[in-house]
Write a protein that binds this ligand. Sequence first.
Ligand code: CO
Length: 210
Amino acid sequence: MNSYERLLLHNKAWAAEQVAEDPEYFARLASIQRPEFLWIGCSDSRVPANSITGTQPGEVFVHRNVANLVVNTDLNLLTVLEYAVVYLEVKHIIVCGHYGCGGVKAAMSRHSFGLIDPWLRNIKDVYRVHEAEFKAIADPETRCNRLVERSVVEQVMNLAKTTVVQRAWQKHQSPHLHGWVYGLNDGVLKPLVRKGPGVELPEIYQYDDV
Ligand code: CO
């Protein structure tokens, strides 16, 4: 059997199992989606949003990219964000990084990786801002993990800078923004920051007329 056939076989069994447990399962899911959470995570196959949070289909709206970045010109991310905030009215947005992130490691190196270089530049910029702190950490792995954390906090701030989020805050005091980091070694999620309406953003990022 080809490896991909295993997926189809599992799917068949899974679908049958859901219906056996709850005959209305798919009818209910198909009619509407009202997830409470938007998850912005790394594409890394070891950090699947639903599995590690014990959530089911229908509960989490998901966007994933290399190193879970919130880049203000990324039309893909912005589209997902606006849809989640304006139409789905998610209550929480979670940016989830993970220790040992390959994207962050690559950004810390001086090697060029091709097309991904400008993408990783966003992490290099976070490094530059906290350069003194990173240079004081001797162990490369510890340094990388600290950059993972610093980057997650930065991505949360990037969300707060968007008109989509600021408009929602003015209108209905939500969503709340969360920055978490996942440990590949122990499977544990560690909350780093939580920001809501009234977050202290430098004035220049605050829109008066959203
Ligand atoms: Co990663």
